[in-house]
Design a binder for this molecule. Structure first.
Ligand SMILES: Cc1ncc(COP(=O)(O)O)c(C=O)c1O
Length: 389
Protein backbone atom coordinates (compact mmCIF):
# COMPACT_ATOMS: atom_id res chain seq x y z
CA UNK A 1 0.00 0.00 0.00
CA UNK A 2 2.76 2.42 1.02
CA UNK A 3 4.24 2.16 -2.48
CA UNK A 4 1.12 3.64 -4.02
CA UNK A 5 2.05 7.30 -4.43
CA UNK A 6 -0.88 9.69 -4.53
CA UNK A 7 -0.72 12.26 -7.28
CA UNK A 8 -3.76 14.14 -6.00
CA UNK A 9 -3.53 15.53 -2.45
CA UNK A 10 -6.54 15.56 -0.06
CA UNK A 11 -8.60 18.70 -0.73
CA UNK A 12 -9.36 21.21 1.99
CA UNK A 13 -13.14 20.99 2.23
CA UNK A 14 -14.14 23.96 4.32
CA UNK A 15 -17.57 24.71 5.72
CA UNK A 16 -18.66 28.16 4.63
CA UNK A 17 -21.10 30.40 6.48
CA UNK A 18 -24.39 30.35 4.63
CA UNK A 19 -26.80 33.25 4.88
CA UNK A 20 -30.41 32.18 5.47
CA UNK A 21 -32.36 32.80 2.28
CA UNK A 22 -36.02 32.40 1.39
CA UNK A 23 -36.27 30.42 -1.83
CA UNK A 24 -38.68 32.46 -3.94
CA UNK A 25 -37.38 31.62 -7.39
CA UNK A 26 -39.06 29.23 -9.83
CA UNK A 27 -37.68 26.34 -7.78
CA UNK A 28 -36.38 24.91 -5.61
CA UNK A 29 -38.81 26.25 -3.02
CA UNK A 30 -38.23 25.93 0.71
CA UNK A 31 -38.99 22.55 2.25
CA UNK A 32 -41.62 21.68 4.84
CA UNK A 33 -39.89 21.77 8.28
CA UNK A 34 -40.95 18.12 8.68
CA UNK A 35 -38.89 17.18 5.61
CA UNK A 36 -35.65 18.15 7.37
CA UNK A 37 -36.48 15.61 10.04
CA UNK A 38 -37.50 13.02 7.42
CA UNK A 39 -34.15 13.39 5.62
CA UNK A 40 -32.43 12.26 8.82
CA UNK A 41 -34.40 9.07 9.28
CA UNK A 42 -32.69 5.69 9.41
CA UNK A 43 -31.33 4.14 6.22
CA UNK A 44 -33.55 1.54 4.65
CA UNK A 45 -32.26 -1.29 2.53
CA UNK A 46 -33.75 -1.81 -0.92
CA UNK A 47 -34.72 -5.40 -0.24
CA UNK A 48 -36.21 -4.99 3.27
CA UNK A 49 -39.85 -4.78 4.34
CA UNK A 50 -39.35 -1.17 5.50
CA UNK A 51 -38.43 -0.16 1.95
CA UNK A 52 -41.52 -1.76 0.47
CA UNK A 53 -43.75 -0.17 3.12
CA UNK A 54 -42.31 3.24 2.27
CA UNK A 55 -42.74 2.81 -1.48
CA UNK A 56 -46.33 1.62 -0.94
CA UNK A 57 -47.02 4.86 0.99
CA UNK A 58 -45.36 6.88 -1.77
CA UNK A 59 -47.32 5.18 -4.55
CA UNK A 60 -50.58 5.91 -2.72
CA UNK A 61 -49.47 9.51 -2.21
CA UNK A 62 -48.63 9.90 -5.92
CA UNK A 63 -52.00 8.43 -6.94
CA UNK A 64 -53.60 11.13 -4.79
CA UNK A 65 -51.25 13.86 -6.07
CA UNK A 66 -52.04 13.14 -9.74
CA UNK A 67 -55.61 11.97 -9.03
CA UNK A 68 -55.22 8.60 -10.69
CA UNK A 69 -56.22 5.06 -9.83
CA UNK A 70 -53.58 3.69 -12.21
CA UNK A 71 -51.32 1.01 -10.76
CA UNK A 72 -48.38 2.20 -12.84
CA UNK A 73 -47.21 5.03 -10.58
CA UNK A 74 -43.77 5.37 -9.03
CA UNK A 75 -40.96 7.87 -8.47
CA UNK A 76 -37.90 8.11 -10.70
CA UNK A 77 -34.51 8.56 -9.03
CA UNK A 78 -33.55 11.96 -10.40
CA UNK A 79 -34.94 15.45 -10.81
CA UNK A 80 -37.82 16.52 -13.07
CA UNK A 81 -35.71 15.78 -16.16
CA UNK A 82 -35.64 12.09 -15.18
CA UNK A 83 -39.44 12.13 -15.33
CA UNK A 84 -39.37 13.90 -18.68
CA UNK A 85 -36.91 11.40 -20.18
CA UNK A 86 -38.78 8.40 -18.76
CA UNK A 87 -42.14 9.51 -20.10
CA UNK A 88 -40.79 10.29 -23.57
CA UNK A 89 -38.45 7.34 -24.08
CA UNK A 90 -40.88 4.71 -22.79
CA UNK A 91 -43.81 5.85 -24.89
CA UNK A 92 -42.40 7.11 -28.17
CA UNK A 93 -40.16 4.80 -30.21
CA UNK A 94 -37.26 5.96 -32.37
CA UNK A 95 -38.69 7.00 -35.74
CA UNK A 96 -42.13 7.80 -34.30
CA UNK A 97 -43.36 11.39 -34.08
CA UNK A 98 -43.76 13.49 -30.95
CA UNK A 99 -45.80 16.67 -31.35
CA UNK A 100 -44.58 19.32 -28.90
CA UNK A 101 -46.81 22.23 -27.92
CA UNK A 102 -44.06 24.82 -27.58
CA UNK A 103 -44.49 27.95 -25.48
CA UNK A 104 -41.41 27.91 -23.22
CA UNK A 105 -38.20 26.37 -22.02
CA UNK A 106 -39.49 22.92 -21.05
CA UNK A 107 -40.94 22.25 -24.47
CA UNK A 108 -37.55 23.12 -25.98
CA UNK A 109 -36.02 20.61 -23.52
CA UNK A 110 -38.54 17.93 -24.48
CA UNK A 111 -37.58 18.50 -28.12
CA UNK A 112 -33.87 18.05 -27.34
CA UNK A 113 -34.53 14.95 -25.23
CA UNK A 114 -36.79 13.34 -27.85
CA UNK A 115 -34.41 13.95 -30.74
CA UNK A 116 -31.60 12.26 -28.80
CA UNK A 117 -33.73 9.09 -28.80
CA UNK A 118 -34.13 9.27 -32.57
CA UNK A 119 -37.74 10.45 -32.20
CA UNK A 120 -39.07 12.80 -34.90
CA UNK A 121 -40.40 16.01 -33.41
CA UNK A 122 -42.89 18.52 -34.73
CA UNK A 123 -43.23 21.81 -32.87
CA UNK A 124 -46.48 23.75 -32.69
CA UNK A 125 -45.40 27.15 -31.44
CA UNK A 126 -47.18 30.13 -29.89
CA UNK A 127 -45.79 33.32 -28.30
CA UNK A 128 -44.33 32.51 -24.90
CA UNK A 129 -46.74 34.60 -22.86
CA UNK A 130 -49.83 32.89 -24.26
CA UNK A 131 -51.50 29.50 -23.87
CA UNK A 132 -52.90 27.08 -26.45
CA UNK A 133 -56.51 26.86 -27.54
CA UNK A 134 -57.64 23.24 -27.63
CA UNK A 135 -59.19 23.77 -31.10
CA UNK A 136 -55.83 24.86 -32.43
CA UNK A 137 -54.14 21.83 -30.92
CA UNK A 138 -56.80 19.56 -32.41
CA UNK A 139 -56.19 20.89 -35.95
CA UNK A 140 -52.44 20.32 -35.52
CA UNK A 141 -52.95 16.79 -34.17
CA UNK A 142 -55.20 16.03 -37.15
CA UNK A 143 -52.53 17.26 -39.56
CA UNK A 144 -49.45 15.74 -37.90
CA UNK A 145 -50.94 12.43 -36.60
CA UNK A 146 -48.16 11.98 -34.02
CA UNK A 147 -47.70 9.07 -31.60
CA UNK A 148 -47.96 11.47 -28.68
CA UNK A 149 -48.47 15.12 -27.77
CA UNK A 150 -46.17 16.70 -25.17
CA UNK A 151 -47.44 19.75 -23.30
CA UNK A 152 -46.35 21.68 -20.21
CA UNK A 153 -49.08 22.39 -17.65
CA UNK A 154 -47.39 25.14 -15.63
CA UNK A 155 -44.43 26.78 -17.35
CA UNK A 156 -41.84 28.22 -14.97
CA UNK A 157 -39.92 29.97 -17.76
CA UNK A 158 -42.76 32.35 -18.60
CA UNK A 159 -45.29 31.99 -15.76
CA UNK A 160 -48.22 30.57 -17.74
CA UNK A 161 -50.73 27.84 -16.91
CA UNK A 162 -52.15 25.75 -19.76
CA UNK A 163 -55.66 24.32 -19.65
CA UNK A 164 -55.42 20.54 -20.04
CA UNK A 165 -59.05 19.60 -19.37
CA UNK A 166 -60.55 18.20 -22.58
CA UNK A 167 -57.19 17.67 -24.30
CA UNK A 168 -56.99 13.96 -23.45
CA UNK A 169 -60.31 13.33 -25.17
CA UNK A 170 -59.10 15.14 -28.29
CA UNK A 171 -55.83 13.18 -28.32
CA UNK A 172 -57.64 9.86 -27.94
CA UNK A 173 -60.00 10.67 -30.82
CA UNK A 174 -56.91 10.49 -33.05
CA UNK A 175 -55.13 7.61 -31.25
CA UNK A 176 -52.56 10.00 -29.76
CA UNK A 177 -51.09 9.72 -26.25
CA UNK A 178 -51.07 12.81 -24.01
CA UNK A 179 -47.84 13.48 -22.04
CA UNK A 180 -47.88 16.29 -19.48
CA UNK A 181 -45.16 18.12 -17.50
CA UNK A 182 -46.50 19.17 -14.08
CA UNK A 183 -43.14 19.95 -12.43
CA UNK A 184 -44.09 23.44 -11.27
CA UNK A 185 -47.88 23.06 -11.13
CA UNK A 186 -48.63 19.89 -9.19
CA UNK A 187 -50.16 20.41 -5.73
CA UNK A 188 -50.74 24.09 -6.58
CA UNK A 189 -52.96 24.00 -9.68
CA UNK A 190 -55.88 21.59 -10.14
CA UNK A 191 -54.79 18.47 -12.05
CA UNK A 192 -56.98 15.38 -12.54
CA UNK A 193 -55.09 12.73 -14.47
CA UNK A 194 -57.87 10.14 -14.87
CA UNK A 195 -60.71 12.57 -15.44
CA UNK A 196 -58.71 14.54 -18.02
CA UNK A 197 -57.50 11.34 -19.74
CA UNK A 198 -53.80 12.14 -19.38
CA UNK A 199 -51.61 9.19 -20.45
CA UNK A 200 -48.34 10.06 -18.79
CA UNK A 201 -47.42 12.71 -16.28
CA UNK A 202 -44.28 13.58 -14.37
CA UNK A 203 -43.40 16.09 -11.70
CA UNK A 204 -40.61 16.84 -9.23
CA UNK A 205 -40.32 17.20 -5.46
CA UNK A 206 -38.72 20.62 -5.15
CA UNK A 207 -41.45 23.01 -6.28
CA UNK A 208 -44.97 23.20 -4.78
CA UNK A 209 -44.41 19.76 -3.25
CA UNK A 210 -41.76 21.49 -1.05
CA UNK A 211 -39.18 18.74 -0.83
CA UNK A 212 -35.63 18.29 -2.10
CA UNK A 213 -34.77 17.92 -5.80
CA UNK A 214 -33.78 14.39 -6.80
CA UNK A 215 -36.95 12.34 -6.94
CA UNK A 216 -39.61 12.61 -9.65
CA UNK A 217 -43.15 11.18 -9.38
CA UNK A 218 -44.49 9.66 -12.63
CA UNK A 219 -47.76 7.97 -13.60
CA UNK A 220 -49.04 6.18 -16.70
CA UNK A 221 -52.60 5.48 -17.89
CA UNK A 222 -53.86 2.05 -18.94
CA UNK A 223 -53.36 3.06 -22.58
CA UNK A 224 -49.77 4.12 -21.91
CA UNK A 225 -49.21 0.92 -19.96
CA UNK A 226 -50.33 -1.23 -22.87
CA UNK A 227 -48.04 0.73 -25.23
CA UNK A 228 -45.15 0.12 -22.82
CA UNK A 229 -45.91 -3.59 -22.51
CA UNK A 230 -46.23 -4.10 -26.27
CA UNK A 231 -43.44 -1.88 -27.48
CA UNK A 232 -40.64 -3.19 -29.70
CA UNK A 233 -37.98 -0.64 -28.69
CA UNK A 234 -35.75 -0.78 -25.61
CA UNK A 235 -35.42 2.47 -23.65
CA UNK A 236 -32.30 2.99 -21.51
CA UNK A 237 -32.23 0.47 -18.67
CA UNK A 238 -32.23 3.11 -15.92
CA UNK A 239 -35.43 4.70 -17.27
CA UNK A 240 -37.21 1.47 -18.22
CA UNK A 241 -40.66 1.67 -16.65
CA UNK A 242 -41.25 -2.06 -17.20
CA UNK A 243 -38.26 -2.85 -14.98
CA UNK A 244 -39.01 -0.08 -12.49
CA UNK A 245 -42.62 -1.27 -12.09
CA UNK A 246 -41.25 -4.57 -10.78
CA UNK A 247 -39.02 -2.80 -8.26
CA UNK A 248 -41.88 -0.53 -7.14
CA UNK A 249 -44.32 -3.45 -6.72
CA UNK A 250 -46.78 -1.84 -9.16
CA UNK A 251 -48.30 -5.28 -9.94
CA UNK A 252 -48.11 -6.99 -6.56
CA UNK A 253 -45.25 -8.19 -4.46
CA UNK A 254 -42.51 -8.51 -7.14
CA UNK A 255 -39.69 -6.79 -5.15
CA UNK A 256 -37.21 -6.99 -8.03
CA UNK A 257 -33.94 -5.11 -7.58
CA UNK A 258 -33.37 -2.51 -10.29
CA UNK A 259 -31.12 0.10 -8.66
CA UNK A 260 -30.43 1.40 -5.15
CA UNK A 261 -33.02 4.06 -4.47
CA UNK A 262 -31.85 6.87 -2.17
CA UNK A 263 -33.45 6.32 1.25
CA UNK A 264 -33.34 10.02 2.28
CA UNK A 265 -35.14 10.93 -0.96
CA UNK A 266 -37.82 8.32 -0.28
CA UNK A 267 -38.35 9.53 3.27
CA UNK A 268 -38.49 13.14 2.07
CA UNK A 269 -41.01 12.48 -0.71
CA UNK A 270 -43.14 10.37 1.62
CA UNK A 271 -43.15 13.25 4.10
CA UNK A 272 -44.18 15.81 1.42
CA UNK A 273 -46.99 13.56 0.23
CA UNK A 274 -48.16 13.19 3.82
CA UNK A 275 -48.18 16.99 4.24
CA UNK A 276 -50.23 17.37 1.03
CA UNK A 277 -52.65 14.59 2.03
CA UNK A 278 -53.11 16.21 5.46
CA UNK A 279 -53.84 19.61 3.97
CA UNK A 280 -55.83 18.03 1.08
CA UNK A 281 -55.33 18.94 -2.56
CA UNK A 282 -58.39 21.18 -2.70
CA UNK A 283 -57.11 23.29 0.21
CA UNK A 284 -53.63 23.44 -1.28
CA UNK A 285 -55.03 24.56 -4.69
CA UNK A 286 -57.18 27.15 -2.92
CA UNK A 287 -54.27 28.44 -0.83
CA UNK A 288 -52.07 28.88 -3.91
CA UNK A 289 -54.87 30.64 -5.82
CA UNK A 290 -55.72 33.02 -2.94
CA UNK A 291 -52.10 33.86 -2.13
CA UNK A 292 -51.32 34.40 -5.82
CA UNK A 293 -54.30 36.73 -6.19
CA UNK A 294 -53.01 38.77 -3.26
CA UNK A 295 -49.47 38.76 -4.75
CA UNK A 296 -50.80 39.99 -8.12
CA UNK A 297 -52.74 42.75 -6.34
CA UNK A 298 -49.72 43.87 -4.33
CA UNK A 299 -47.47 43.81 -7.42
CA UNK A 300 -49.73 46.46 -8.91
CA UNK A 301 -48.36 48.89 -6.28
CA UNK A 302 -44.99 48.64 -8.06
CA UNK A 303 -43.82 50.02 -11.42
CA UNK A 304 -43.42 46.51 -12.90
CA UNK A 305 -45.28 44.96 -15.84
CA UNK A 306 -46.81 41.48 -15.86
CA UNK A 307 -45.21 39.44 -18.64
CA UNK A 308 -48.39 37.38 -19.11
CA UNK A 309 -51.12 39.77 -20.24
CA UNK A 310 -54.21 37.68 -19.44
CA UNK A 311 -54.73 37.11 -15.68
CA UNK A 312 -56.38 33.72 -16.40
CA UNK A 313 -53.15 32.52 -18.10
CA UNK A 314 -51.00 33.35 -15.06
CA UNK A 315 -49.54 30.46 -13.10
CA UNK A 316 -50.11 30.55 -9.33
CA UNK A 317 -46.64 29.28 -8.42
CA UNK A 318 -44.32 31.40 -10.59
CA UNK A 319 -45.06 35.01 -11.47
CA UNK A 320 -43.18 36.82 -14.21
CA UNK A 321 -42.78 40.59 -14.22
CA UNK A 322 -40.65 42.92 -16.31
CA UNK A 323 -38.68 45.68 -14.61
CA UNK A 324 -38.99 49.27 -15.82
CA UNK A 325 -36.45 50.33 -18.45
CA UNK A 326 -32.93 50.92 -17.19
CA UNK A 327 -32.75 48.33 -14.42
CA UNK A 328 -30.22 45.55 -14.66
CA UNK A 329 -31.83 42.16 -13.93
CA UNK A 330 -28.69 40.54 -12.55
CA UNK A 331 -27.94 43.49 -10.26
CA UNK A 332 -31.56 43.47 -9.07
CA UNK A 333 -31.52 39.76 -8.23
CA UNK A 334 -28.17 40.10 -6.43
CA UNK A 335 -29.49 42.97 -4.29
CA UNK A 336 -32.64 41.03 -3.38
CA UNK A 337 -30.50 38.13 -2.24
CA UNK A 338 -27.76 40.04 -0.44
CA UNK A 339 -29.80 42.78 1.20
CA UNK A 340 -33.14 41.05 1.72
CA UNK A 341 -32.20 37.36 1.90
CA UNK A 342 -34.72 36.56 -0.83
CA UNK A 343 -33.75 34.44 -3.81
CA UNK A 344 -35.58 35.26 -7.03
CA UNK A 345 -34.49 34.50 -10.58
CA UNK A 346 -34.28 36.22 -13.94
CA UNK A 347 -35.51 34.70 -17.19
CA UNK A 348 -34.37 31.38 -18.63
CA UNK A 349 -34.11 30.23 -22.25
CA UNK A 350 -36.49 32.38 -24.27
CA UNK A 351 -37.18 34.77 -21.35
CA UNK A 352 -33.57 35.72 -20.51
CA UNK A 353 -33.29 39.50 -19.97
CA UNK A 354 -37.06 39.94 -20.21
CA UNK A 355 -38.38 39.13 -16.78
CA UNK A 356 -38.00 38.38 -13.11
CA UNK A 357 -39.35 34.95 -12.11
CA UNK A 358 -40.75 34.98 -8.60
CA UNK A 359 -41.93 31.73 -7.07
CA UNK A 360 -44.30 31.69 -4.13
CA UNK A 361 -45.22 28.05 -3.76
CA UNK A 362 -45.46 25.05 -1.49
CA UNK A 363 -44.66 25.90 2.12
CA UNK A 364 -43.86 29.49 1.00
CA UNK A 365 -47.33 30.12 -0.37
CA UNK A 366 -48.53 32.50 2.36
CA UNK A 367 -49.55 36.16 2.77
CA UNK A 368 -46.47 36.73 4.98
CA UNK A 369 -44.09 35.62 2.20
CA UNK A 370 -45.92 37.83 -0.31
CA UNK A 371 -45.56 40.85 1.98
CA UNK A 372 -41.85 40.17 2.54
CA UNK A 373 -41.20 39.77 -1.19
CA UNK A 374 -43.22 42.82 -2.28
CA UNK A 375 -41.65 45.05 0.38
CA UNK A 376 -38.19 43.87 -0.68
CA UNK A 377 -39.01 44.44 -4.37
CA UNK A 378 -40.24 47.98 -3.59
CA UNK A 379 -37.06 48.76 -1.66
CA UNK A 380 -34.81 47.31 -4.38
CA UNK A 381 -36.63 49.29 -7.08
CA UNK A 382 -36.01 52.45 -5.04
CA UNK A 383 -32.37 51.78 -4.14
CA UNK A 384 -31.26 50.67 -7.59
CA UNK A 385 -33.07 53.46 -9.41
CA UNK A 386 -30.20 55.93 -9.21
CA UNK A 387 -27.56 53.46 -10.27
CA UNK A 388 -29.53 52.24 -13.25
CA UNK A 389 -31.02 55.35 -14.79
C1 LIG B 1 -41.97 23.13 -15.71
C2 LIG B 1 -40.63 22.47 -15.51
N1 LIG B 1 -40.37 21.32 -16.14
C3 LIG B 1 -39.20 20.69 -15.99
C4 LIG B 1 -38.22 21.20 -15.17
C5 LIG B 1 -36.93 20.46 -14.99
O1 LIG B 1 -36.88 19.95 -13.69
P1 LIG B 1 -35.51 19.60 -12.93
O2 LIG B 1 -34.69 20.85 -12.88
O3 LIG B 1 -35.99 19.15 -11.59
O4 LIG B 1 -34.85 18.53 -13.70
C6 LIG B 1 -38.44 22.40 -14.49
C7 LIG B 1 -37.40 23.00 -13.65
O5 LIG B 1 -37.42 24.14 -13.28
C8 LIG B 1 -39.69 23.04 -14.66
O6 LIG B 1 -39.98 24.18 -14.01
Amino acid sequence: MASHKLTVQPPKIMDRPYKPTIFCGPGPADMWPSVNEALNRQLICNMCDEFFNVIDDIRAGIQYLFQTKSKLVLAMSGSGHAGMEAVICNLVAPGETLLIAKRGMWDIRADIVARRYGIKTVLKEIPLTQTFSLDDLESTIKKVRPTALFITHGDSSNGTIQNIEGLGKICHKYGVLLLVDTVVSIAAEPFLMDEWEVDAVYSAAQKAVSGPAGIAPVAFSALAESKINNRKHEPPFYFDIKELALQWNCYGNTRKYHHTVSAPMLWALRCCLKEIANETLQKSWERHATVNKYFNKRLQELPVQFLVPKPEDRLSTVTTVALPKGYDYMEFIKYMREKHGILIFGGIGPTVGKTLRIGIMGVNSSFQTVDKVVDALANTLKVLKKSSL
